[in-house]
Design a protein around this ligand. Sequence first.
Ligand code: FES
Ligand code: FES
Length: 176
Amino acid sequence: MVKVTLTVNNVKYELDVPPLERLIDTLRYRLGFTSVKEGCGRGECGSCIVLVNGNPVHSCLALTSRLDGAEITTLEGLAPAGKVHAIQVAFIEARGVQCGFCTPGFIMVTKALLDRVSDPDDKTIREWHSSVLCRCGSYPYYSEAVKRAAKYLKEGKIYFDEKEVREKYHLKVLAR
Ligand code: FES
Ligand code: FES
């Protein structure tokens, strides 16, 4: 076993992990961050992307034992409790979500993109989004979502009230 300290969504965890444990398994099954999805398990679909020290990383290809001291952000850590991040609101408003399986990966890639480029053009969005596959074909909606999110962030609207968003878009809590 290998001792590692990870900060996930601003909370520090001290863990003993097998040397070959994948980051996706640590996040999803050991720590319960179920937004991290496994599609292909070999770096092709991007559903498992999280931010490691601010960079998008395929968590199915990363070994937790190599990440001692890393800062990790999953979808659950994008906004404080009771709030929803502007990127999530933009994805809802652009009707980007169909089955939703790929959505956490797209949102985390979008976060990394907008942290670096405040007003990305279509080509840049396509390049960044090329690391994630959507089987439902939501790509055009996702480009629209990025532009909406960029506009919100430029206006200083980073977080929205979760209750208001749920009421406005008739979103039910199915599980916590
Ligand atoms: S599950 Fe990691 S890229 Fe598909
Ligand atoms: S919305 Fe279904 S895979 Fe993308």
